[in-house]
Design a binder for this molecule. Structure first.
Ligand code: UDP
Length: 358
């Protein structure tokens, strides 16, 4: 069985690392299974891409394209590769342009597509990610859902076959790659932070990262938090900051905010566990906050991870300064969430995709 996995963005490297690891374990038992990675080049900065391959023990991509973030360029480059390789399955993850390009290229060649992290919906159609999710789910052969809400969303769209509730590969990843306590202490020392006495913030979604008024309002909120704020800055957001003297001035005055380069996944897990709060517009980090039992404030009006809000671990604050600050002062009810699986989602997925390998 030949699998080609199409990836291109940071969260996909993390998800693919878990499945790839499981495939290699199964192949080592003599099962007929091989996987090759195709990297679209969507994320290319070393600390957004190469760092993840080395840290998460991901094999080097067999094909490393340089398509940027353009879906049609990606499809055009992926199609001839799939045509000549004729894999049995193409795996895609999540909701980026690489996800949709990989799924459409495979589908048009009648190659079965497995969509991991299927069924998630924010019901905000202005998000490019929402469009990518919906279209990918429509053409996928197998839809692997991380939550029961995702299963319900697919049913509501009339997608009733081949939906599987398998838990979240990101939970597998958080268990697999979590640094031990010694490493966590060393990392905090490196950034001169005390456990549970700092806020970890990330901003990268187009709606915020490219929007100077929204970024200004968020940074004004971060600047008023009476605690250190560590902000690993996504290149997308850094570009907006660098082009705005007003934002640069605001950041220079905000002495509690420390901007660093994006960090590796293992460092991120350690920072998430030790933060007092996480403030983010990331999809993945809302759940990771729960995995590490750290309260989260989400800089969006909607989330596809609704269970984190219902269980009181996550408050949706949008990008208004006062709403963000008020969210920090609200209580976090913190009920357990009975979702995301048991840390063995990768095995469950592979049992469904490749039953003969077991
Ligand atoms: N992440 C990381 N380093 C960083 C910021 C994020 O390793 O500096 C990880 C984070 O822990 C999560 C994933 O990247 O697993 C989330 O990616 P991102 O926020 O880019 O995308 P989203 O989840 O919103 O699709």
């Amino acid at each position: 069985m030949k699998i080609i996995t199409v990836i291109g963005a940071r969260p996909q490297f993390i998800k693919a690392a878990v499945i790839s690891h499981a495939i290699r374990q199964i192949a080592a038992t003599g099962a007929d299974m091989e996987e090759y990675l195709l990297h679209t080049g969507q994320h290319y900065d070393p600390n957004m891409s190469a760092l993840f391959f080395s840290q998460l023990d991901l094999p080097a991509p067999k094909w490393h394209l340089a398509c940027g973030n353009d879906i049609s360029a990606m499809k055009k480059a992926i199609t001839p590769i799939l045509e000549s390789e004729q894999p049995d399955i193409v795996i895609v993850y999540g909701d980026t342009n690489s996800t949709l390009a990989g799924a459409e290229a495979a589908h048009e060649l009648t190659i079965p597509v497995a969509h991991i992290e299927a069924g998630l919906r924010s019901f905000n159609n202005s998000m490019p990610e929402e469009n990518n999710r919906i279209l990918t789910d429509r053409i996928a052969t197998w839809r692997f859902c991380p939550t029961s809400t995702a299963m319900t969303n697919l049913q509501a769209e009339g997608l009733t076959e081949q939906n599987y509730l398998v838990g979240d590969v990101m939970y597998d990843a958080a268990l697999l790659f979590m640094p031990d306590e010694q490493e966590q202490r060393e990392l905090l020392k490196r950034y001169d932070l005390q456990s549970k006495q700092f806020v970890l913030a990330t901003i990268h979604r187009a709606a915020t990262a490219e929007n100077v008024p929204a970024l200004t309002a968020i940074i004004q909120a971060l600047a008023q938090i009476p605690m250190s704020v560590l902000l690993p800055l996504h290149p997308h957001t850094a570009k907006t900051v660098n082009s705005s003297p007003a934002l640069q001035q605001l950041l220079a005055q905000a002495t509690n905010i420390r901007i660093i380069e994006p960090v590796g996944y293992r460092e991120m897990l350690a920072l998430e566990r030790n933060a007092r709060y996480i403030i983010t517009d990331s999809g993945g980090m809302q759940k990771e906050a729960y995995f590490q039992r750290t309260p989260c404030i989400t800089l969006r009006e909607q989330t596809e991870w609704t269970e984190t809000v219902l269980a009181g671990w996550n408050h949706l604050a949008g990008t208004d300064t006062q709403t963000i600050l008020q969210a920090l002062n609200q209580s976090f009810a913190q009920q357990p969430i009975d979702e995301y699986g048991d840390g063995h989602s990768a095995q469950q997925i592979l049992r469904i995709l490749c039953p003969n390998a077991f």
